[in-house]
Write a protein that binds this ligand. Structure first.
Ligand SMILES: *[C@@H]1O[C@H](CO)[C@@H](O)[C@H](O)[C@H]1NC(C)=O
Ligand SMILES: *[C@@H]1O[C@H](CO)[C@@H](O)[C@H](O)[C@H]1NC(C)=O
Ligand SMILES: *[C@@H]1O[C@H](CO)[C@@H](O)[C@H](O)[C@H]1NC(C)=O
Ligand SMILES: [Zn+2]
Length: 620
């Protein structure tokens, strides 16, 4: 029942001391209270009412002069917020029966051991993704994927009997589970490949990297977390639903790429094309891929569930200088290498600036943290809440977040890192070419075009003052006769920041409500409240790392997920895995990758509830 839904004109409830003006809604408050009041209590009540109205009047007077009081306070997880809307746990209604039956099955030791075996078997097949693999079908490096296919077919006979399985570009897998209606299908994706195990680190593994060893708590091996677990979870969810006679109203599609850890072009790239041809542009109701999870750093035993609703863009830029060669006994003031240094200095002297836009995902995430995280620093909470409608507070918040850590700053801006440099061949010869490669992650609010323009702005003065021609992504900007600066794409194709998944009522609230239902009924996570908030995926940090000690991974690979190929399939893309950081023994892409076996079961519970919830929801 709404207490007050308007942002600027909020009341403070006398019964909820921690409720601040940000509270807009008290869920589950009965609409009608069936109480008969005695005369005495009626009198006391009216006195209270008078006092209360006086307090409110006074409060609104004071607000004029002490605006900050209006923006403090932490919300209890049971209180809704207009800036970080929450949804109640969502349980299947039509399918209550089967949901309950399955939860019983999932709780059994027998089921758990069988599922652990299934994952262990998949981990034992080393489907490594290498940067320089030859073409699919020619290079034998891909053969292990055929082994994985055979394994999955043996392990899930019922799935293979009831679903149509299509192989795309040889090793991509697409499972089609026909629904009884024309409703748009749900798409669940994961990837079959794993990052290679560095041979020099094998001795550091507690259990061998491809052992799939189960020690009673952990399932060990490369891929146990990223991403074989998600493959097994999806197939087990479908298998168990099939065994219990469920037949979907809404078609379910499962797709597994096989080179996510490199670029995804061979796997997800081809699968995307097939899916778009088969199911149409925007042909899916929603997509759930690997991604962020449950963050336990929120404080007070609250999990922060952050389905990633967008990803940064990506571009590697080569800056190349060509200049006249010659003998180095008569050198110019700047050789090509000197000129390249000037260009690099100019690039670093004018970095991108952080932006905090109210309609951007980072702002939404911050609002959720500010409203609900007990551990968030009070000064940032105050500032964040003021920033909702105060521009100067917004600017101060942006500065505060940028200074907090390199990770928060990176969340708010396009980053640049000059990572490769080369040039020169001989000590007595002037270099005729020299080049550097700059790695960029493009901010959600920006674009490839803005990045290209930035190069024009930064390098034009360098070109002009040294009489160089400047060519930026094929366009000649400045001409000169002493050489040339060429700015171009170094590798691959430029990737724009992803579209933003809508975060209102609909797919987002179903995913959020399903997360809450899964955690609320979980033995592993029992008693933990969940706050739902959208996030921008940055794979190298946990979202709350700015407030708490950083957990930055080894930075081996931190590119985009396979979803970058799937934008045409649906507007509702969620990158989320129901898992906490403590369910990983030691992170991913590093030694001692191991998954808590109980978390594997939770992942299956989440996906099963999601399939059931989505099945009985009318989504346009
Ligand atoms: C929370 O608020 C949002 C909008 O502010 C509303 O759509 C949603 O239904 C509310 N959730 C609950 C559980 O009341
Ligand atoms: C599988 O494909 C066949 C042939 O295309 C089709 O007739 C059948 O309905 C499909 N079955 C399912 C479960 O999708
Ligand atoms: C998405 O659709 C657009 C327009 O139809 C097309 O140009 C583009 O290639 C598609 N993208 C992918 C990744 O398939
Ligand atoms: Zn992955």
């Amino acid at each position: 029942m709404p207490v007050d839904a308007k942002e600027g004109d909020r009341k403070i409830s006398p019964v909820l001391p921690w409720e601040s003006p940000g509270a807009a809604y008290v869920p589950n408050m009965p609409a009608v209270r069936d109480v008969s009041l005695s005369r005495a209590s009626k009198f006391i009540l009216s006195c209270l009412m008078v006092l209360w109205s006086l307090f409110l009047a006074l409060n609104s007077l004071l607000r004029g002069s002490f605006r900050t009081d209006n923006t403090r306070g932490l919300l209890h997880p049971s209180i809704n917020s207009t800036v970080c809307p929450q949804w109640d746990a969502l349980y299947p209604i039509i399918n209550t029966q089967i949901d309950a039956e399955l939860d019983n099955i999932f709780a059994s030791t027998d089921f758990k051991l069988r599922t652990i075996d299934l994952l262990a078997g998949a981990v034992r097949i080393p489907t490594e993704s290498h940067d320089n693999s030859g073409p699919v079908g020619e290079d034998s490096v891909w053969d292990s994927f055929a082994d994985l296919h055979e394994y999955l077919e043996r392990a899930f006979p019922l799935v293979y009997a009831k679903l149509n399985v299509t192989k795309i570009n040889t090793y991509g897998l697409v499972y089609h589970w026909q629904g009884s209606t024309e409703a748009k299908p749900i798409l669940l994706t994961a990837h079959q490949d794993v990052v290679p195990v560095d041979p020099t680190t094998v001795s550091q593994w507690i259990h061998p990297p491809y052992s799939g060893h189960y020690d009673g708590t952990w399932i060990w091996g490369r891929g146990s977390c990223d991403d074989k677990s998600e493959i097994i979870e999806r197939l087990v969810a479908v298998d168990t639903l099939l065994r219990h006679g469920f037949s979907p109203a809404r078609t379910v599609i499962i797709a597994f790429g096989f080179d996510e850890e490199t670029t995804g072009f061979e796997g997800a790239g081809h699968i995307a094309k097939y899916l778009e041809e088969t199911y149409g542009h925007d042909g899916f109701a929603m997509l759930v891929d690997e991604g962020t999870g449950l963050d336990a750093n929120f404080g007070n035993n609250i999990y922060f569930a952050t389905p990633a609703v967008s990803e940064k863009g990506y571009l590697d830029v080569r800056v190349e200088i060509t200049s006249p060669g010659g003998h180095s006994s008569i050198p110019p003031a700047h050789t090509g290498i000197g000129l390249l240094s000037l260009a690099v200095s100019a690039i670093e002297a004018i970095p991108y600036t952080p932006e905090l836009l109210r309609n951007g995902t980072p702002f939404s995430t911050i609002q959720c943290i500010a409203n609900y995280s007990p551990s968030f620093p009070e000064y940032l909470r105050t500032l964040s809440r003021k920033a909702v409608n105060d521009d100067s507070a917004l600017a101060r918040l942006k500065n505060a977040l940028s200074k907090l850590s390199p990770a928060t700053e990176a969340l708010l801006m396009t980053t640049q890192a000059v990572d490769i440099i080369e040039g020169g061949v001989k000590v007595n010869a002037l270099p005729e070419r020299a080049s550097a490669v700059v790695n960029h992650r493009i901010a959600e609010h920006s674009s490839v075009a803005e990045l290209q323009q930035h190069y024009i702005d930064v390098l034009s003065p360098v070109a002009a003052s040294h009489k160089l021609t400047l060519r930026v992504f094929g366009r000649v900007i400045v001409t000169g006769d002493s050489g040339e600066i060429t700015v171009s794409t170094a590798f691959g194709t430029p990737l724009e920041p992803s579209p933003k998944t809508p975060v209102g009522y609909g797919p987002y609230s179903i995913v959020g409500g399903t997360i809450k239902a899964t955690v609320a009924t979980s033995k592993l996570y029992s008693g933990t409240s969940v706050i739902l908030g959208p996030s921008l995926l940055m794979r190298t940090l946990t979202l709350l790392s700015f407030a708490f000690p950083c957990h930055i991974d080894d930075g081996l690979v931190a590119e985009n997920t396979d979803t970058m190929h799937y934008w045409n399939l649906t507007k509702n893309i969620f990158r989320f895995s129901l898992v906490t950081e403590s369910d990983h023994y030691n992170g991913v892409h590093t030694v001692n990758e191991a998954l808590r076996a109980d978390a594997l079961i939770e992942g299956i519970r989440f996906l099963t509830k999601l399939i059931l919830n989505v099945d009985e929801s009318a989504l346009s």
